[in-house]
Design a protein around this ligand. Sequence first.
Ligand code: FAD
Length: 296
Amino acid sequence: FAGLPTTLAQPAPKLSFEFFPPRTEALEQQLWACVRRLEPLQPRFVSVTYGAGGTTQARTHETVSRLVRETSLTPAAHLTCVGATREEVDAVAQRYWEAGVRHIVALRGDAPADQPVYQPHPGGYAYAADLVAGLRRIGDFEISVAAYPETHPAALSADHDIDNLKRKIDAGATRAITQYFFDTDLFLRFLDRCGAAGITVPIVPGILPVTNFRQVAKFCGVCGTAVPDWLARMFEGLDDDPETRRMVAAVVAAEQVRLLQANGVDEFHFYTLNRPDLTYSIAHILGVRPRPAEAG
Ligand code: FAD
């Protein structure tokens, strides 16, 4: 593991973690075990996704509110505007404000599966930039938005997509979190292009520890993420060997973060999939250690 001391010589990176709201009692227990395990790492924030088309509205709200009530963590609620009126979206945001939630991840969301091309709701926020502007009118939220190092699949062009990111920032977002990616060069070039477009807020790479390579590779096709040959080779022959896959996944993600750190990136968002072990061990490799929660 040549180069490990370099990692330890780096200051520990700033981390945030993403969860999804549980659908069943068993998943609920899994989520809260995950939250408790990761809490002592004191991430900058933890975010909770919003099911496609707002399908998890109540569960996202319940999860985020419980994080506020019962943990020392700072939660961020994902909120999409697809398929809803402005009033409906505003009401959800208002309830978050009243529950003490001060950070929203503002997204457009995807068109429903039976609608091939996205159509804004006639009375809704058309795009995430419009949602960001709407949220600004409701409260002084911290607002994060999505960014796509490999370009959003429906964007007219890569330049249009960066213009769109700039509009979201100009509307009031203060951070972008990226779609996951595996090709670090693509991300670094994206950072350069964002800088050239005048985007100065942090662009936090989304890191997906790969536990199920086949599934991830399939999903990459949908979201436009390139699967490098080296990644396929890493998981070759491991379809029936989940134990080894997990160990490989930890090394791959830790190496990805190290490479990004070496290029000046110091903040990372982990897609935990509500499973703490990989995120915890990768964080440990990177020098992040548990700290007791502060009193009060
Ligand atoms: P936008 O920023 O609005 O962009 C969407 C597309 O429209 C882009 O191609 C953009 O270039 C284009 N566009 C923007 N403005 C215009 C315009 N005026 N005219 C023409 N084209 C335009 N989905 C969920 O359902 N729930 C979640 O919790 C969730 N969390 C996510 C978290 C992260 C970090 C990321 C990266 C994605 C997440 N998504 C989530 C997926 C996201 O909803 C989809 O990728 C969606 O298709 C785009 O959302 P957006 O906020 O990026 O949209």
